[in-house]
Design a protein around this ligand. Structure first.
Ligand code: UT7
Length: 321
């Protein structure tokens, strides 16, 4: 028997308001044609003032708990990945804890931007396997619309808001169910490629997203293909063993190029960038929940998750559902 973190349930939540490229083009100097051709994005959801990272995260968490057949009182660990917390502190994870009515447990945020969910899953996996908790809620939740410069067409058309969540449970298994391998990386010398130009310790303001898109694109394809190769090597599996790839949803061209580089079947890649745009830490759990709920991802499937974002940070995970 091996103690592993298994996927017990998934959930997601989107803001009420969906904005099309055409609607955006009324406010910003852009076009549906440019956005679709360069990114694959058609829609994004934008949070209303009463919708926050914590409220969206809590809604996704409640769905994941229901799918796992668990109560808030069963949860011993809440990790929330975000770059857009409700407040500088307390951690949005503690706000989610209060919103869902979970009693005393471990709760904290992880900041690794678009790779945040992979970082959070990796930390939860380690903590579950060392006995810190029996059941963990791992959430990616973002309100990126709050840190966009709506005058900057090179960034504001790319992002959206939303949340995704999973329940991971520690379980003794005698097969290869659960999280099989995780790999994380960071290279801070690229911090100026994708960043927010404000913060409590520097400007005392929240700031706006700034990005050198072409450079990020180039590194994304290289790093994602390499880290996916690493988790497959760790598990002794080959690209043809993968049932589903759930990639970070930043750009259709990055997703396609990465799959091609590794020889992964494009029909086995879950794509939501057209509907959600880039929701940063929320994009992987949002896409995972969608593919579980529409029946594509089934028990026994080998699923790989990957993401790359500001820092740069990047990572991947392989799990048997
Ligand atoms: O989640 C973290 C990871 N983030 C990413 O992975 C993003 C990675 N980067 C990308 O996805 C792409 O680089 C972008 C989608 C951001 C940009 O695509 P690109 O093919 O690299 O375009 P570009 O930045 O080289 O810009 C091409 C042209 C420029 O015009 P000129 O200089 O050629 O005349 C831009 O000014 O497109 C122009 N442009 C726009 N035009 C219409 C830039 N943004 C827009 C826009 N609408 N929204």
């Amino acid at each position: 028997m091996t103690l592993r973190a298994i996927l017990a349930g998934t959930g997601s939540a989107l803001p009420r308001t969906r904005v099309s490229n055409a609607e955006l083009a009324e406010r910003v100097d852009t076009s549906d044609e440019w956005i679709v051709e360069r990114t694959g994005i058609r829609f994004r959801y934008i949070a209303e003032p009463d919708e926050t990272t914590a409220t969206l995260g809590a809604a996704a968490a409640q769905q994941a708990l229901a799918a796992a057949g668990l109560q808030p009182s069963d949860i011993g660990l809440i990790i929330l990945a975000t770059a857009t917390p409700d407040n500088t502190f307390p951690a949005s994870a503690t706000k989610v804890q209060a919103l869902i009515g979970a009693p005393d447990c471990i709760a904290f945020d992880v900041a690794a931007v678009c790779s945040g969910f992979l970082y959070a899953v990796t930390v939860a996996d380690s903590m579950l396997r060392t006995g810190a908790a029996k059941h963990a809620l791992v959430i990616g939740s973002e309100t990126f619309s709050r840190i966009l410069d709506w005058e900057d067409r090179t960034t504001c058309v790319l992002f959206g808001d939303g949340a995704g969540a999973v329940v991971l449970s520690a379980k003794d298994v005698d097969d290869d169910q659960g999280i099989l391998a995780t790999r994380l990386h960071a290279d801070g010398k690229y911090s100026g490629m994708l960043y927010v130009d404000g913060g409590p310790s520097t400007t005392g303001t929240v700031g706006h997203v700034r990005m050198h898109g072409r450079e990020v694109f180039r590194h994304a394809v290289t790093n994602l293909a390499s880290v996916l190769g690493e988790v497959l090597e760790d598990t002794g599996l080959s690209p043809s063993d993968v049932d589903w790839v759930v990639p970070h949803q930043a750009n259709r061209r990055i997703i396609d190029a990465t799959a091609k580089k590794l020889g992964l079947d494009p029909a086995r890649v879950v794509m939501t960038v057209d509907q959600h745009a880039n929701t940063s830490a929320a994009s992987v759990p949002l896409a995972l929940d969608l593919a579980v709920r529409d029946g594509r991802i089934k028990r026994g499937d080998l699923v790989v998750l990957e993401a790359m974002g500001g820092g740069f940070t990047w990572g991947a995970a392989a799990l048997r559902v």
